[in-house]
Design a protein around this ligand. Sequence first.
Ligand code: PLP
Length: 370
Amino acid sequence: MNTQVPVTKMNNTSTTRALIDLNALQHNQKVLQAYAPNSQILAVVKANAYGHGMVEIAQHLSGIYALGVARLNEALMLRDAGITTPIVLLEGFFHADDIPTLVTQNLQTVIHSQQQLNAIISSDLKAPLKIWLKLDTGMHRLGFHSEQFDQAYHLLKNTENVSKPINLMTHFNCADELDNPITATQYKMFASHVKTNSGLNSVANSAAVLAWPETHADIIRPGIALYGVSPFDNKPATDFNLKAVMTLKSQLISVRSHQAGESVGYGASWTAESNTTLGVVAVGYGDGYPRMAPEGTPVLVNGRLVPIVGRVSMDMLTVDLGPHHHDQVGDDVTLWGEGLPATDVANHIGTIAYELVTKLTSRVALQYVQ
Ligand SMILES: *Cc1c(COP(=O)(O)O)cnc(C)c1O
């Protein structure tokens, strides 16, 4: 028997938890819609909705065109949870055997390769598939090369296994670089491949929704911005009126005096220069807080930012509370989210906020607040 308590059902006395603010999610959806008033939203919920809980997030997005996932099993989890919204497989199917499931589960698929194209054409399907033909405009990861695109389009147009009109899409690689003109060039390349009778067009990820209005097209595909995190490492989410959906919280489990010359943690990597007080926080890499976080990475304690000192361990990290503090065992600590943007933490660590929010482990209870 499986006796594991689903993370979403855990009680709210967990010391280390990620608060998921569903009002902020709905606020962000409205903000993004206002940026692209003539487009519909394909809400990207892959990777457990960037760590926010895929099913709950999907249940709290209404009026969207579709949900976007990266794997068939993610789509099937949504269907198992009773979600009937259209779903797009952003990388398409990986095995020809899965094509009939796409039809029965009402899943749309991106077609980015000759193998996928051949598999669709040679399938024996009960109903035609809704597809998104992908052009490679410069990411060079997935998508048909410019010279092969038109032929792929015509082959797909001539098979009864594909529903018409055929939708077209591409994906930018540099849309988060505000002064890089490549995004505009890539959009022009995409626009030049749109056919007279083709269907919907979809191009813009979060960065393009916020920074490249000319690329909005019919369907925008925001992920990170829906979760209230800036896709730009040098522009905070508040510049766009986005609100953090996830706030990762823990507590001080020890507050201890610490003498000048004493070290802390594994490897004794940090030594105090003067007498101070250390706070021990119940969060570590076993929760998904990166071990790579260097000394000085900010943590929010009772309204002020304090630096991490010493190494992050599996279950704990230590912060320098300073000699004149009023912090107590049991006080709440924010690792990122409201009051401390995940982007700021990511910049200290040398990663992106996407990775921080997506990599929480199952030990962290997700608590939904409305
Ligand atoms: C993940 C993904 C997105 C969302 O990107 P964000 O930067 O999170 O907005 C959009 N389109 C495709 C194809 C993706 O794989």
